[in-house]
Design a protein around this ligand. Sequence first.
Ligand code: 3EB
Length: 312
Amino acid sequence: MLKQQFISTPVKEVLADDYTLAVIPLAKQCEPFEAGMITTGLEGIAARSASEVWTVSLPTERGQTGNTYWSKTSELICLAHWLSKDECENIEYSTQKAYESVLSVMTEHGFSYPFRFWNYLPAINAGTGDDELYKKFCTGRLKAFENAGLTPASFPAASALGHHSDGAVIYLFASNQVPQHFKNNHQVNAYEYPRQYGVSSPSFARATAVSLNAVNYLFISGTASITGHQTLGENDLEKQLEVTQSNIEHLLTTANPESLSLSTFKVYVRHPDDVAFTRNWLEARYPGVEMLFTIADICRKELLVEIECFCI
Ligand code: 3EB
C-alpha cells in the first residue's frame, strides 16, 4: 500500500522508519542530505509546517548511485537527483544529464516504468520568450526522454514548479508494472502545445494510473487553469480555481479506470496572500481531501495556482 500523508513529525523520526519511502520537508534548501529525504526548496505556510511523507507496506532499502539517491521496495523505486546552483546556470544541459542519470539508475535497479515525476526549479519564470528557464528545462527533459527511447505515449504524470532558493531537484516514482497514461480531452496534450509555448513541448501526461501489488493508484499531474492550450482567468484567482477544478473533475471521470477517489491535493500557490482564499475555496468543496499548501511559481507567469492529486 502506497500512502501519501502530510504530517508534522520530525523528519529524523520519519526517516528512521523503514516503511518511509520518502519524506519531503517544506524547507528553503534544495540539496541532497540522505537517501529517503527530499528537500525541494518549496516553502509551506508559516505556523502550519508539515512534511509530505510517502509510506509503503514493505520495508525500504535506500542508497545512492552516483549522484542519484534512491529508496525502493520490490514494487517501486523513488529516485531523486539534485542540480547545484552552478549546474542550474546551464539548465537545459543539466536537466538532460539529470534525467539521463535517473533513468539509467532506475533501469539498473530493475524498474522499467516511470509513472510520476516532480520537478522543482529555481527562478522558473526568469528569462524571456524561448530563454525562460522553464522552457530550457523542457528542452533538456525532452532530449533525455528521446535518448532513452521514451515516446509521448509513455510520458508519465508530472509537476514542474519554481521555488525561491538555489538548486533544483527532480524526483520520480517508477514501477515494474506498465502504467497507463491519460490525456485531458479539454486540453491540448502538453507534448503537443503549439510553438508559442517554447521550442520543446513539456513532456508529461495529464494523469497516470498504476497498479502496485494489485492495488490501484491514480496520479493527476499538476493541473491549472488551461483550456485547449490557453490560460484562462488571468489575474482572477477564483476563475482559475474553477477551471482547475473542472479539469480535475474531468480527469476523475475520463482518466480513472478504477474509479478511484481523491485522497490528497498538493496545492501550489504563487502569492502567499492567495493561500487563505484558496484553502477556504478548496476545503468547502473537498471536505474529505487532505491538502498541503506550498508557495511556488507556476511555469506560466499568468497562472496563480496549480493542484496535483493522488487518488486511491
Ligand atoms: C500545464 O498544464 C501547466 O512541465 O512537467 C503542469 C504539470 C505544468 C507538469 C511539467 C507543467 C508540467 O501546462 C504546467
